[in-house]
Design a protein. Sequence first.
Length: 126
Amino acid sequence: MDYLLKTEPSVYSFAKLEREKNTVWDGVTNPVAVRHLREMKSGDRLVIYHTGDEKSAVGTASVVSVDASDPKTPLVRIKAGKAIETPKNLAEIKAHKLFADSPLVRQGRLSVVPLSAAQYKFLTGE
């Protein structure tokens, strides 16, 4: 499965993830987003999306491990992938038919969004 993780770059940027190599993705409180974290599996592909002024998919990562023993605060360890060569901004994403029914555009405040393989490919260019 593929997911998009939103982050405010002034709080935790993709560049910081690259420097640290891996991190536990935390601070998620929305029940739907928490459910998506619990559903993640080791090896799942991730897109890191900067909110705020950037509003762009900027990098990739992958899930290393998931500890969902506490259903309210699953601990998802992720590792950095690579920067997206040509970041896709929110306007480009909204304009693409692949995202017509996506929670990314329909539920803008959702911080963890499932992606189809085609959506992942569009965002990353892979």
